[in-house]
Design a protein around this ligand. Structure first.
Ligand code: ATP
Ligand code: BTN
Length: 244
């Protein structure tokens, strides 16, 4: 039960640290990369993930998984639920926004970025990136949407080392369950955390906007929306979900 740990004071992105380790043909898996600061922290579609020094958690997990590419949208959901269950147990009423965002008090607390390295056939080198706002102070942050941190909610500074260890255990446990039994247990857990549960929403993909009622997720981790009289499913790729 070994894990290869990559600890840095500063890096471009912990997802890149894991990709470099994969490319260097490291045989010890899983890989856990975590850092104090990212200079090129990324969200989806190349958006910036604000990653100041010594305040938050930026971690990436590298695993070789026997899952098809089509199931990877489900993996992002599983990671969200792993984080949500852990924080919920610690008294934090977190919510999840499909497909990859973690919310607290209706504001963005963290995000998940799942990527692949190398071959697109299983077993795939999977990189799971997680950013979580832990002790980030309110002043001088240039994030262009409402955000929250664990310390602001708790009213005290939080030990990030302890939390990283808990997250690592929780993530690997949930991912194993996903690999063995698929999405069934996770589909059941989702509604309790869903930020827009049974609400009218807009699904935005470039110029295209689809309006409907958010009904939750399917067994591929896709979004299920009631559009008129029928239910339609959507995949996570290039889309954004917003309240109506
Ligand atoms: P969606 O995933 O629905 O498109 P999104 O606008 O949250 O939503 P993402 O790509 O998931 O987009 O996340 C990147 C965005 O998150 C950035 O554009 C910025 O608005 C915000 N952001 C960046 N850094 C942080 C941070 N540390 N905490 C909270 N929010 C952040
Ligand atoms: C999002 O909300 O779009 C996802 C944000 C993911 C941020 C994490 S921080 C650790 C890892 N390294 C990155 O560059 N991004 C992810």
């Amino acid at each position: 039960n070994h894990v290869q740990v990559i600890l840095t004071a500063e890096t471009d992105s912990t997802n890149e640290d894991v990709k470099r380790a994969f490319r260097a043909n490291q045989t010890t898996l899983p890989i856990l990369a975590t850092t104090e600061k990212q200079t090129i922290g990324r969200g989806r579609r190349g958006r910036v993930w604000h990653s100041p020094y010594a305040q938050n958690i930026y971690l990436s997990l590298g695993l070789k998984l026997d899952v098809a590419i089509s199931e990877l949208s489900g993996l992002s959901i599983v990671i969200g639920l792993a984080v949500a269950d852990l924080l919920q147990q610690q008294g934090l009423p977190v919510q999840l926004k499909w497909p990859n965002d973690i919310y607290l008090e209706g504001k963005k607390l963290g995000g998940i970025l799942v990527e692949l390295e190398g071959a697109f056939e299983p077993p795939c080198n999977v990189i799971i990136g997680l950013g979580l706002n832990v002790n980030m102070p309110r002043q001088s942050q240039e994030i262009d949407q409402p955000w929250q941190s664990l310390s602001e909610f708790q009213g005290q500074i939080i030990d990030r080392t302890e939390l990283v260890i808990q997250l690592f255990k929780q993530l690997t446990t949930y991912i194993s369950q996903f690999c063995e039994n698929g999405m069934a247990d996770f589909v059941v857990k989702w509604p309790a955390y869903d930020l827009y549960h049974h609400q009218s929403v807009q699904l935005i993909s470039g110029e295209q906007v689809k309006t409907g009622i958010n009904m939750g997720i399917n067994h591929q981790g896709g979004l299920v929306m009631q559009v008129g009289n029928e239910e339609q499913s959507f995949n996570g790729g290039e889309v954004s979900l917003r309240p109506l």
